[in-house]
Design a protein around this ligand. Structure first.
Ligand SMILES: Cc1cc2nc3c(=O)[nH]c(=O)nc-3n(C[C@H](O)[C@H](O)[C@H](O)COP(=O)(O)OP(=O)(O)OC[C@H]3O[C@@H](n4cnc5c(N)ncnc54)[C@H](O)[C@@H]3O)c2cc1C
Length: 741
């Protein structure tokens, strides 16, 4: 029964037994379990209870009011459980199931306990002045899931106000030493019939226009007819709930579809993400009031209006504290002044999710732009090498009036919370789009390496070239797995910030590497011919490193998100405790945080692996703990100065991101023609070998086995073992010549 219990959860059960014996009780009840949860001291449940100011002394007083001690002599050993406790254990399993976890942790036990109000533990908590639903919400926030209010449909609103940073799978592997294989995986995707119909019809539209060469207009921008036909079949409403005219697909389902769309046309896939993920659809679905949703979503779902996302300004890109666009209330309107830059899909008549400042605080408004340029709103035009098939403009606002009813109010924080919420989805979508784009890049390599002969043999027989094909396949598999994983976390209500950054930075680096290191070298001089798919789109492969956050700047954000829960726990005063009684940041950082790591003998790590005990999982779990130790050591030696050590932070973040990628490709099951082990091996080896200090591992030979493995993969792809690639339309080889023989 307890085989799926984590080590901490088992310890809780043992402590509950011990506590019953301390009371001389002949049974274990929910009150003993409550003691066990607190005494365990480091799990999610203990943290939630401590944060809520529930301590052993207070519980003991309350329990003693409700229950008397037992007789002097009781039997030692394992005591029987009360029926209520048994029910709580069953509930905890149920809670784990509904969160998609196949292990039982202390958080599930606490959630199970909260469901049984008619219990001693329930009364104790209520007598301490706690509302059980608030405790539940705290637990869900801490594990990264929003509260599910009411029966049936999950509440679409974001997590309620809380000072806690949700624990992602990465946090748990680093700081809790709980490497939970399931949390790095993603579940099978369900595609309801209506969504499948929309998907098939949308693909038909794109394929037909591609075949007829009508996908772009004379300016080489996406044709209005394509946009309108996609609207007719429901493409633009795939993520909008049915009550507002869409078909309410899950992000996982839609992103896996966007990968397919990108194999036909990445612009159509990218525009969907701008409209629905970073743009106004997501903003309204998650942050709009019912009135705003009912009024503004249907035209977006029907594709009568397309969306854009207006954050960047000439003076504010990476630094959002520098935003200058303002909105000032005047009667029933806000009056907007300012300038935006680099806004994809910005045209008159579009619906803009505008990030601006209202009374110095970042805010978001949905702006239905006028149908034509006006003195209050006009475009700033420039040439742009990347995203050549969509419009991208700046704009100037000079007193544009926007109804106050169009301002979105986040339940916590300022308007940037709304922008980040969409960016998390956009970054996952970027990764899904890259998975399709990389497929087309690889598909275009195959006919060429079969055709091109040098020194009497096709270049596709050479190791240097075969390795590139294998590496391309690994990158594609990585993007597939990461997009599915990040989307799964977001679908389950997780915050997804770290997952989305890992997915986005991996995908953008993959496109960069594929273009410059793999495809360019393989296509040789022809890559520079006008009309060659690589040369013509080179900027499109490089731009994802910059938009939606430049990759290295994102790594710094990732680092901060990594260490935040660790630091928060130390610097946040617990309820009732004043700031002044807290040890200073640095003092508190040093001892409790690092003490136990110094006591660890070199090379041994306090790793807990649950739910996957294979060799690779163990090695990856060890890597997480190793990096946790390195981060803590760095923070100890640099102290607050670590915030200025960008190279160090980026390097540590990159290491953790790489091992995360390895964990995701190891555990994620995404459908693929080639076997998963072959596709994931290289990415895993990259992560596991990273910290090997042996001189041999750092020599230039160390990477040979991995490269040879990539060659074998390349051979299999060339032999046609990935039929999906052979079916993709490719650009004819340029400057061809008759082959000898
Ligand atoms: C094709 C394309 C499409 C885009 N679409 C949109 C859109 O639809 N909506 C939108 O709002 N924006 C959009 N953008 C803007 C994009 O998000 C920004 O370009 C990006 O966030 C970087 O901002 P920036 O260009 O102002 O870079 P800057 O802020 O000028 O930074 C330049 C570089 O300096 C470095 N740097 C900056 N700050 C730091 C720091 N603190 N520490 C270390 N290094 C630092 C980084 O390497 C950074 O890349 C788009 C951009 C492009 C190229």
């Amino acid at each position: 029964m307890y085989e799926r219990f984590t080590d901490r959860a088992r310890k809780v059960m043992q402590l509950a037994n011990q506590e019953a014996q301390n009371f001389n009780h002949e049974y274990i009840g929910t009150e003993h379990l409550l003691f066990g949860l607190i005494k365990e001291g480091s799990g999610v449940a203990a943290n939630v209870l401590m944060n809520l100011d529930v301590d052993l002394r207070k519980i003991r007083l309350e329990v003693e009011k409700l229950i008397q001690g037992g007789p002097e002599i009781v039997s030692l050993g394992k005591l029987p459980q009360t029926p209520t406790l048994k029910k709580v254990i069953e509930y905890s399993m149920d809670e784990a199931r509904s969160l998609g976890h196949n292990y039982i942790g202390t958080e599930h036990i606490l959630l199970g306990m909260l469901r049984e109000q008619e219990s001693v533990a329930g009364y104790v908590l209520m007598n301490l002045g706690l509302k059980l639903e608030n405790v539940r919400e705290e637990v869900l926030n801490l594990v990264g899931y929003r509260a599910i209010r009411g029966a049936g449909r999950a509440d679409q609103s974001p997590a309620s106000p809380s000072s806690h940073v949700p624990l992602s799978a990465i946090h748990r592997a680093l700081w809790e030493h709980e490497y939970l294989a399931d949390s790095f995986s993603s579940s099978a995707i369900e595609i309801p019939a209506e969504l499948a119909r929309v998907m098939n019809a949308s693909l038909e539209v794109v394929q037909r226009h591609r075949a007829a060469n009508t996908i772009f207009n004379g300016e080489r921008k996406l044709n209005d007819a394509v946009i309108a036909e996609l609207a007719t079949v429901g493409y633009w409403g795939m993520l909008t709930p049915p009550e507002f005219g869409g078909c309410g697909g899950s992000l996982s389902a839609v992103l896996s579809f966007l990968t397919r769309v990108a194999t036909f046309d990445p612009t159509v896939a990218g525009l969907f993400s701008v409209h629905s993920c970073i743009g106004p659809v997501n903003m309204l679905v998650h942050f709009g009031s019912p009135e705003q949703q009912g009024r503004l979503l249907p035209p977006l779902a029907r594709g009568e209006r397309l969306g854009a996302f207006g954050l960047t300004e000439p003076n504010a890109g990476s630094d959002l504290t520098a935003l200058r666009t303002t909105a000032v209330m005047d009667g029933d309107d806000y009056v907007v002044h300012g300038e935006k830059l680099f806004i994809t899909n910005l045209l008159p008549g579009r619906t803009l999710g505008l990030v601006c400042k209202i009374e110095e605080v970042p805010a978001v408004m949905i702006v239905e732009l006028p149908a034509v340029e006006t003195p209050e709103f006009h475009l700033v035009r420039y040439g742009l090498h990347s995203l050549q098939h969509t419009h991208n403009h700046g704009c100037v606002f000079r007193g544009l009036r926007v109804p106050t009813a169009n301002r979105l109010l986040p339940p916590r924080g300022d308007g940037l919370q709304i922008a980040y919420h969409g960016l998390n989805r956009g970054r996952a979508a970027l990764c899904a789009n890259a998975a399709g784009t990389l497929r087309v890049m690889l598909a275009n390599m195959l006919p060429w390496v079969r055709f091109r002969q040098t020194h009497g043999a096709a270049i596709g027989t050479r190791e240097l070239v075969l390795r590139r094909l294998g590496r391309m396949a690994e990158l594609i598999f990585g993007c597939d797995a990461l997009a599915a994983w990040a989307a799964g976390v977001l679908d389950r209500g997780g915050r997804g910030e770290m997952e989305a950054i890992v997915a986005k930075t991996f995908a953008a680096d993959a496109l960069h590497e594929a273009a410059v290191e793999l495809c360019l070298k393989t296509h040789g001089g022809r890559a520079f011919l006008v009309g060659h798919p690589l040369g013509d789109q080179l900027h499109d492969y490089l731009a994802p490193s910059i938009y939606e956050g430049e990759n290295e700047v994102l790594l710094l954000a990732f680092f901060k998100a990594l260490v935040k829960p660790r630091i928060m726990r130390l610097i946040e005063p617990s309820p009732g405790e004043s700031e002044s009684t807290q040890p200073s940041f640095l003092k508190s950082l040093l001892k409790p945080l690092f003490g136990r790591f110094f006591e660890q003998p070199e090379g041994s790590f306090p790793t807990t692996v649950t739910s996957a005990n294979d060799e690779t999982a163990l090695a990856l779990a060890d890597q997480f703990v190793r990096f946790a130790r390195q981060i803590e050591l760095a923070m100890q030696s640099e102290q607050a100065g670590v915030a200025n050590q960008q190279l160090l932070m980026a390097a540590l973040a990159r290491d953790v991101a790489r091992v995360t990628v390895a964990a995701v490709v190891h555990h994620t099951v995404v459908p693929t023609a080639l076997d998963r082990t072959a596709l994931s091996q290289g990415l895993i080896a990259e992560a596991v070998a990273m910290n090997d200090q042996e001189p041999a591992a750092n020599s230039h030979h160390a990477d040979l086995p991995r490269q040879l493995h990539q060659c074998r993969l390349g051979e299999r792809i060339l032999a046609g073992e990935w039929p999906e690639l052979e079916a993709l339309a490719t650009t004819p080889i340029m400057q061809t010549y008759p082959q000898e023989n």
